[in-house]
Each structure stands twice: as C-alpha cells, then as structure tokens.
Design a protein around this ligand. Structure first.
Ligand SMILES: Cc1cc2nc3c(=O)[nH]c(=O)nc-3n(C[C@H](O)[C@H](O)[C@H](O)COP(=O)(O)OP(=O)(O)OC[C@H]3O[C@@H](n4cnc5c(N)ncnc54)[C@H](O)[C@@H]3O)c2cc1C
Length: 361
C-alpha cells in the first residue's frame, strides 16, 4: 500500500468501530505509542483567517502511523479462531459456477484456487474483480469521478522535546492558494508533517528539499508548522503521493452481479484523502456487510442487495463532504453531489450548513 507512508488520521467513528470489534485495541495502540488526541481541544486549526476555539470534547482518537494501526488490527484478526492470513498471495481471478451466476472462490496467481461462499473484493481503488466480472459479461457499477489531482509531500521528524502547545495542527491557506499544511503526532516520539496542494486545479505543488519546504511552510498564514519543522530533526527522506480523483462506484445501483461477490472499502469509494475518511468509511461498510449477512442469514442475492443499499447510504455523507468541499475550487470537474450539501466552505473542511443548498446536476 503506497499510501501507508502518508499521514493516516483515524476518525472517531472508525476508532469506535475498531474498539467494538476488538475490545481494548485503542488502549493497546496507546501502549504502543499512539498519541491520544481530543480532536477539538488538542488541535490547532487555522482556517479562513483565524484560529478556531478549542473546547474540550468527548471526540478522542489515537494518532499513529498507518503501519502501526495495520499491524495491530492484523494481529487481532489473526487471533480469531477460523481466520488464516495468506501472505504474499495474489488473487488472479474469480472462480464461478458453470453458468457464471455464482462466485465460488478465487483463482490465485500460483495456479491454485480457494473456494469460498463469499468473496469480498477489498483490493483498493483499482477493484481488480470488476475487470474479471466484465469478462463474464457483468456491467460495472455506475461511477462518479471528481477530478482533483492533489499532491502530498510528507516528512517525519523526531520530536526532540518540542512542545508547541497543541497535539496536532492544521493550517488551511486562503482558497486561491489551494494548499494546506498539517502536523500529526506519531508513535516513537515523532511528528509527520504534510504539505499538500491541489496541483491539478492550478494550485501549488509543495517542494521536496527540506530548506525549500521550510520556506514554503513559512509562507502559510500561520507560522506554527514552520516553527515545528525548524525546531525538529528530519528523519529519513520526504515521501510523495499523487491522488488523481475522488471515485465512487454506486453499488446501490447495480442490477446485475453474481451471487457470492461484494466489493468493500476503496474498491467502492475512494475520497480526497485530506478529509481522512477512507479507513472509517471502509469500517462502516464492514459493519453494513456484517449486519446485512446477519439479517439475511446466508449469502444470497437478497443479502448482496441489502449490503449494496446499506453501503450506498453509509457513503452518501462522507462523499458529499469530500466532493462538496472540493467543488469550492474553480476547475474541479465531475458530477456534483446530488444531496443538499454544505459546499459553501473552503477546502478541505466545508463550513457548517447554511439554509441554502447548492445547485445539483
Ligand atoms: C495519500 C493518502 C492519505 C490518506 N490519508 C487517510 C487518512 O488520514 N485517514 C483515512 O481514514 N484514510 C486515509 N486514506 C485512505 C485510506 O488509505 C484508504 O481509504 C484505505 O486504505 C482503504 O482500505 P482498503 O482496504 O479498501 O484498500 P487498501 O488499504 O488500498 O488495501 C488494498 C489491499 O489489497 C491488496 N491487493 C490488491 N490487489 C490484490 C490482489 N490481486 N491479490 C491480493 N491482494 C491484493 C493490496 O496489496 C492492499 O494490501 C489516505 C489515502 C491516501 C492515498
């Protein structure tokens, strides 16, 4: 997962779902060095020409690297009695019954196959199984694509006893600059600092070299992130990532599909990452999947339809937040969200809803 080296903030809803599935996991993450953040009181947030107030809240979440989260969840999953994880195994296709109406497992790259009542495609935004289903004559789900072309440059720093007086910081530049800086704490007494810009929308591309990045961070409306960078020692090299489009596959509108197959996570919906919604949205789809299976009792067309509808409902709000925020900028292209949305704010976080709604098409 190339994006694993970029900052990954777990939203409160995601942390709560993980805790419900794996009791004690948030404490375990803290014991491994994850930093507990009050997502209101601990965050210095500069946007629209000022700093937001920071009242205490009950919205707490652990801040850590994606690999720490991944390792910890993986250990918990591995400990579940019937689970077996196969490392270094590539799925190369779907196995189906003779009529091609039911998925019966997967074919592996080494030529072997695995049987299964239900195949969940969680292969990320590429959703490999869609190409295999197309070969069997199944249509792809209708897909909304909103182009943004955002560039990430991230660098890890040693904390070195620096206490800036906040737990994490977000500085959103004026809308015309189309750029943002953020600093999040990581386990191991480290920070990760992200500079990002909407390059594809004629915004800026953050520079790579440390001195250039420092100068760049100093040009933001608040100096706090530049001050943190100047006081801390960089560890390793900066890491870049390019993210082209918000992409939502409307599985809730799928009419023809084989029984025994469902997609989940980025395979269904992949958002502008600056909103930090991907992992939480994937967890919410997993909850919808479990509930749909519990409700219908077996893998059937009815089960899949129920899950597709539930996943669609779950994704409507985060999609509208991400896409609504992105449409503030000239040049954003693609279908606007059809739901009334609060897209009157500035990227990346829209302002609270007003009484007016945006035009939809
Ligand atoms: C730059 C960036 C920053 C982000 N920041 C955040 C954030 O702050 N907070 C947040 O919640 N989300 C964030 N996200 C989104 C988050 O990374 C994704 O939403 C999340 O990882 C989706 O999980 P997934 O399991 O669906 O897909 P992935 O995490 O992409 O995992 C897909 C997996 O499938 C495997 N795979 C692919 N093909 C095959 C195959 N044929 N056979 C076997 N395995 C296969 C891959 O190796 C990979 O392990 C960010 C994304 C990016 C790009």
């Amino acid at each position: 997962m190339p994006q694993g080296r970029q900052p990954h903030l777990l939203l409160v809803a995601g942390a709560r779902l993980l805790e419900a599935w794996f009791p004690g996991i948030v404490g375990e993450l803290r014991a491994m060095g994850a930093v507990d953040l009050d997502l209101s009181a601990d965050i210095y947030w500069h946007q629209g020409g000022g700093v937001t107030r920071r009242p205490r809240s009950t919205l707490h979440g652990p801040a850590m690297s994606r690999p720490l989260l991944e390792r910890t969840v993986r250990k918990r999953v591995e400990a579940l009695a019937p689970v077996r994880i196969r490392d270094r195994t590539t799925v190369a296709g779907l196995a189906t019954d003779a009529a091609g109406t039911r998925v019966t497992g997967v074919r592996l790259q080494d030529g072997s196959s695995l049987a299964g009542d239900l195949v969940v495609d969680a292969t990320g935004r590429g959703a490999r199984s869609l190409a295999w289903l197309a070969e069997l004559g199944y249509p792809a789900p209708p897909t909304s694509v909103v182009e943004i072309d955002t560039r990430y440059v991230s660098q890890i720093y040693r904390r070195d006893g620096v206490d800036p007086g906040w737990g994490a910081a977000v500085v959103v530049d004026e809308p015309a600059a189309k750029r943002l800086a953020t600093a999040l704490p990581l386990e191991g007494d480290r920070w990760i600092v992200l500079l990002t810009g909407l390059t594809g929308l004629n915004g800026e591309t953050p520079p790579l070299a440390e001195t250039d990045r420092l100068a760049y961070a100093r040009s933001f409306p608040s100096p706090v992130i530049a001050e943190l960078m100047a006081a801390s020692e960089p560890l390793g090299e900066p890491v870049t990532h390019r993210f082209p489009t918000n992409q939502r596959r409307h599985v809730e509108r799928l009419r023809r599909f084989p029984v025994g197959w469902v997609p989940l996570g980025d395979a269904v919906c992949s958002f502008d990452p600056i909103y930090g919604q991907g992992m939480t949205a994937a967890a919410m789809q997993a909850r919808a999947l479990g509930a749909s299976l519990d409700r219908t009792g077996r893998v059937s067309r009815r089960f899949a339809r129920r899950y597709f509808r539930a996943a669609g409902r779950t994704l409507a709000a985060p999609w509208s937040i991400a896409v609504g925020g992105d449409f503030v900028y000239d040049g954003t292209s693609g279908p606007r969200p059809s739901e009334p949305t609060s897209s009157t704010g500035t990227w990346p976080w829209p302002a609270p809803p007003r009484s007016t709604t945006t035009r939809s098409r």
